[in-house]
Write a protein that binds this ligand. Structure first.
Ligand SMILES: Nc1nc2c(ncn2[C@@H]2O[C@H](COP(=O)(O)OP(=O)(O)OP(=O)(O)O)[C@@H](O)[C@H]2O)c(=O)[nH]1
Length: 562
């Protein structure tokens, strides 16, 4: 669900809060009736368990709806019943057991009812929901923006030209114009980095630090270029806050790679997918709205029977799970999720008002990873979810990505071809698979050394990442062989795109000592839809690549069945 305006979100959150209060009033009616009975010494196990569950729900959710005092009052009453409720919960014949009435319980319920009434009136008068969710505009594609900050230095303009084939989007600003630099920083979105020479570093750092001071965005990484490569100078640059230093003459492929990795790493917190397992409909919708408004994809499951199907469909980075979902225990559900090897490393976080460390430990030992204490405020929810998604993604990147290039590993990119074919069949669109291979790469290794060969491989990986869309999938298929899946792309567009990338790649100069050299690539393309399975589409792209190699390399060949 796309959420486009904060006004719209706050009015939806307000509706949820009203619904929560309506339900709280209903619960309070039942609680009061039961509490009245305690005044005449009547309190059954049945009644105690009902009161305990109602109070537990109120204490866990009131804070989230901006009513923390109500949550605290309910929590205090819940604690009065906790020990007895847990003992009764463990018995088969609980309902026949006599129970003790905690002192002042009925008065506490009366006070709670009054508080609910007061809060309802205050909310009705105040109107709109007040805790504004953090709005965050998501990352815009995979293209990396570079802010070039110049101080009358021609060298940066030359550098911009040399780096043109890598596909970064450059914006130049003068370090003498703090206003323009501030504006440029304010406008930058998504993955980005600042590039400047040493002479402009202190001006850049002060404008950058000031301009990010009040915003919740992460500061852009600064990469500094300079002539003095001594330890003292590098120390000075590091002390000023730069993230990387490149001495003259600048190693362009290395610089491109560093810009890419720093920019993407720093912007990575934008994304995340969270599955919320919660049977309280208002609470689940509230969490979803707040997270979605912050740029995090969120989906809720209220019925545990659908949990496994939702996991498979949505493929979340993390799961937020209530400790009790109707009749189901969250602890047991966490264990059940782990039955499937695919979800062994999926972080499961309990949303719980359980504040007893012993009980928390018990739950953790059964398959969950940590606790988020209810009630959670909107901003805390967003921040903690964002950090956890970021960590989860880092971990899965480590497991699924090739260490030299950061691209998908062989088996995963192969799987993507199969998945794409299934998507094409479902949606009726056309997609392509491309096999790319560096030309005469053995000669590169033999002439310039294996580590130079590695730089060439990494450079092509970066170029592909920069030039392809975020929805395209790129993998390292073998040593110097790459596989790309281009969803919703006709063969003609794929050919044009890959030809352009091949041309840019062939224009890059790799520097080895005093010498420099260039490398070309060959590609084979096949339309995924023309095949009955992914394996056949892959073989076709491979065959087209072979044809290309035979007919002179450095170019693109489309598979033809003739
Ligand atoms: N530096 C480096 N070299 C690699 C890596 N993986 C594979 N190679 C080398 O890539 C070269 C591939 O050579 P060949 O399969 O003969 O192909 P080629 O020389 O590119 O010739 P054509 O494909 O016909 O243009 C071999 O020398 C491998 O050792 C790697 O990770 N790093």
């Amino acid at each position: 669900m796309a959420l486009d305006s904060t006004g719209k979100i706050s009015s939806r959150l307000e509706v949820l809060r009203q619904r929560f209060l309506e339900r709280a009033k209903e619960d309070i009616k039942h609680l009061r009736a039961l509490a009245e009975k305690t005044r005449c010494g009547e309190f059954s196990a049945d009644g105690l368990l009902f009161c305990y569950q109602s109070l537990h729900r109120l204490s866990g959710s009131a804070g989230t709806f901006g009513l923390p005092e109500l949550g605290e009052a309910a929590k205090a009453l819940e604690k009065q019943l906790k020990v007895q409720a847990e003992e009764l919960g463990a018995l088969d014949d609980a309902f026949t057991h006599p129970v003790d009435i905690p002192e002042g319980f009925a008065d506490g319920i009366d006070a709670l009812a009054e508080l609910v009434e007061v809060k309802s009136q205050a909310v009705a008068q105040a109107g709109n929901y007040t805790e504004e969710p953090t709005t965050y505009k998501g990352s815009q594609g995979m293209q990396v923006s570079v802010l070039l900050v110049e101080k009358g230095d021609e060298r940066l303009a030359k550098l911009e030209k040399e780096m043109a084939p890598y596909g970064f989007s450059f914006t130049s600003v003068s370090s003498d114009d703090a206003g323009a630099l501030g504006n440029a920083l304010a406008q930058v979105r998504g993955a980005a980095a600042i590039l400047c020479r040493e002479s402009a570093l202190s001006d850049v750092m002060s404008v950058r630090n000031k301009s990010f001071e009040e915003s919740s965005r992460r500061r852009l990484p600064v990469i500094c270029l300079g002539s003095d490569n001594s330890f003292q100078n590098r120390y000075r640059v590091a002390e000023a806050g730069a993230f990387a230093f490149f001495p003259d003459p600048v190693d362009i492929p290395e610089l491109a790679e560093r810009i890419e990795s720093l920019a993407i790493e720093r912007s990575a917190n934008v994304q995340g997918r969270v599955l919320i397992v919660e049977d309280d409909a208002e609470l689940a919708e509230h969490y979803c709205l707040v997270l979605q408004a912050a740029g995090i994809e969120a989906q809720a499951v209220s019925e545990p029977l659908h949990l496994m199907a939702s996991l498979a469909d949505f493929e979340p980075d993390i799961v937020l799970m209530d400790v009790q979902i109707g009749d189901y225990s969250g602890v047991t559900l966490a264990r059940l999720i782990r039955f499937e090897p695919r979800w062994l490393s999926l972080p499961i976080i309990y949303l719980s008002s359980e504040d007893d460390p012993e009980n928390q430990l018990e739950a953790l030992s059964k398959g969950a990873d940590e606790f988020l204490m209810k009630p959670v405020s909107d901003s805390y929810l967003v921040r903690s979810v964002r950090i956890r998604c970021f960590r989860a993604r880092q971990l899965s990147e480590l497991m699924n990505r090739d260490s030299l290039t950061g691209l998908l590993k062989h088996s995963l990119i192969k799987e993507e071809v199969e998945k794409e074919l299934a998507r094409c069949r479902r949606s009726g669109y056309r997609s392509c698979v491309v096999m790319l291979d560096l030309d005469h790469f053995k000669t590169v290794n033999d002439t310039w050394g294996h580590s130079q060969g590695d730089i060439v491989i990494r450079t092509l990986a970066n170029l592909l990442r920069n030039r392809l869309r975020e929805t395209d999938m790129i993998g390292r298929y073998g040593g110097e062989e790459f596989l790309v899946v281009l969803p919703q792309c006709e063969v003609s567009s794929a050919t044009e795109l890959i030809r352009g990338i091949g041309e840019s790649f062939s224009e890059l100069s790799f520097v080895a000592g005093e010498s420099s050299y260039q490398v070309t690539l060959s590609a084979g393309i096949a339309a995924i839809n023309d095949f009955t399975n992914g394996e056949d589409a892959l073989n076709a792209a491979d065959q087209a690549l072979y044809e290309r190699k035979r007919s002179g390399r450095n170019g693109v060949t489309v598979y033809s069945s003739k």
